[in-house]
Design a protein around this ligand. Sequence first.
Ligand code: PEP
Length: 251
Amino acid sequence: MRPKVVVGNWKLNGSVAGNEALLKALLGGIPRNGTAGCAVCVPYPYLAQARALLEGSPIAWGSQDCSRHEKGAFTGDVSAAMIAEFGARYSLVGHSERRTLFGDTDAIVVEKYGRAKRAGLTPIFCVGETLQEREAGSTEAVLARQVDALLAGGAQQLEGGVVAYEPVWAIGTGKTATTQQAQDAHDFIRRRVAAKDAKVAAQLPILYGGSVKAANAAELFAMADVDGGLVGGASLSAPSFIQIVQAAHKG
Ligand code: PEP
């Protein structure tokens, strides 16, 4: 049995005062003895605040990206090792907003994944197709290309990592994939990994992301290959995020 995990992605949102209120509300509502893992991926400047408020709690924290470089003349970049220094457990890599708005190619995402892993973080490797790609019938081809970029370095790359399937058309749109669409994509990803290493595939957490909310979390998390969620908008509301985590505890 793979434990479920729910990860919030705050994106470019937050303020010192607002984060404190949100995190304190989460601490008040997320049980210590739940079966599911839970984390928030915050903007870099708030990693220290997340650590100060969440250390010793059931809520882990992480970043939304990391540099593909270790160090040097890369103004504005933040390295995985720097993120790890703030006690972070996770780093997203390859979120569709980074891929489409900031030019992260498959090769760059794989470099970032490796940096995160070597720094002791758990990388959350985001993949997913656009609406155009789904409508053209190329969802599986896109997922295969994205996952194969990582598998090219060996299936052991995915040992201790997490995959998030996020259909781009479902992110921030209010349109959620059907439970069957999510299950089919997750099953495809798991089989793709299993073709290289069945044991790694069986243990790999695959999260679903794309307009997850309190109203649809339980049915998504009930699918055999959906091991939790990556949650954007709904992670900014404590009651919503708490209900999603509760759905994962039950699922
Ligand atoms: C995300 O940011 O990864 C995401 C899935 O956003 P939302 O839940 O708002 O669709």
